[in-house]
Design a protein. Sequence first.
Length: 563
Amino acid sequence: MAAKHVIDPITRIEGHLRIEIEVGDTGTVEEAASSSTAFRGFESIMRGRDPKDVGLFAQRICGVCTYHHFERGVEATESAYGVTIPPNARMLRNLIWAAQLVNDHTTHFYQLHSMDWFDVVSALDADPQAATDIALQYHDKPYNASVSHYRAVAERLLAFVQSGQLGPFAGGYWGHPKYRLSPEENLIVASHYLDNLAIQRLSAKASAIFGGKNPHPQSLIVGGITSARDALDAHRIAEYQFLMAKSADFVERAYLPDMALIGDRYREEALAGEGGGLGNYMSFGALSLDERPWENRAFFLQPGLITERDMSTVQTIDPMRIGEEVAHSWYTYEGGEESLHPLDGQTNPAYTGFGEDGTLQTEGSYSWIKAPRYDGMPVEVGPLARMLIAYAGGNESVRTIMDDYTSQLGVPFEFWYSTVGRTVARGLETKIVADYVPTMIGNLTSSVSNGDDRFFNRFDAKDGSGWAMAEAPRGSLSHWLTVQGGSVSNYQAIVPSTWNASPKDGREQMGAYESALVGQPMSDPTQPLEVVRTIHSFDPCLACAVHILNRDGEEIAHHEVEV
């Protein structure tokens, strides 16, 4: 008989996520339920606002991917107004996007996900000389690899343990049988965990050069961007280049070698398809190459849809085929509709609570996340989806880096359809975007040197509907709004974690998280490392997918912090 296990909260993510699994007699997950346990209500905040302000409000949806919500909110208003931005503004927005992605991916892996792969306690037993020798097997100039450095890292980790104040290392499943790295390999990844605490600041600073600040940048406006003087200043551009080059060096000499190491040691799980999930992948496109409407626009990483892992065909996306369902969500739709397009979307809370035993009522509603579907189909979004779609679409940079990786590892293409593959794909994408930055800088400086000093186009405000679709680091992000009487009358945001973390829909189709967990062998369900590893591989952001809001405007809680 299947036994139910609850993991709540899932830590090292933004927001509140609860996972329930049922493990059968064979030790395999037979059922899985993904639930966000805090109310989503940000759309209500937008109503009545000036459409030109929605970007500044939208970026507060999240404290991590602030820029991407900012950009989508501004673009949705530009769509409603019929505004086309100048090429220079597009290029500056792309440079902020690139810095944000490099920062997001490196921070996600090292600070939020790497401890699912390396055992920090085991690292205390490592031989620093042997660790140095192993690091040299994965790169001829590995990052911060020396006997003295690794010895210092081991001493730093030991001090954590002896102090009893483990901080981010507390509560881990140390010693779990599903950890595959040797003590020396654990020490290498732990070293890069600590290195990135300093490195991540560089890409954050780079994004602030053209964004004004980080987090919550300020430089985007409807019609363009305000940081024109920075784009015309050679010193500011050089500063951005320097910071991104230092970040790219860490990606090249630390992040990519760690991806090679993890792929090597965890290939068994990858080839078994653990965490593979839905097999349907969607991308809205990343890094615009022109200013045409989305349907005709060219992208560095192209948009598209792959179904049932069919890499022979990349299907075109029709934005009008997107819908959100609430059959298993704590919402209702007026009129009893099963699915609503986001331009007609509603956010009507209808909380029914948990069962008498304190677990989710999965036969009814069990999550504050809606169930977005493309043409009625659940899809996975994120770096793996982007890389697969670009690969199938013939992107040479993507094809080369993915083929080189599987060739060096000696594994078939099916390697990618797994938790390991999803994790590695994020690292490879970071390398591709970081390597593309000099080209983007060259395009901007060439445009400016040729006399184009346009960073803003004037416009006339008007009523109507608008939307914006593009990729954030975590996946496909879209904002939709309707303007009536000069104010926002309706606003909907479908974020990457809404796609991935969704509950079942009215046809009982699972979302990406739930599907990825079903069939997972469990070593010990009371220490569910396999579950959190797979969930973390999606880089969950429930703060994006769900927001806490007291609709009466009353204070929810008051906290005093002693300093």
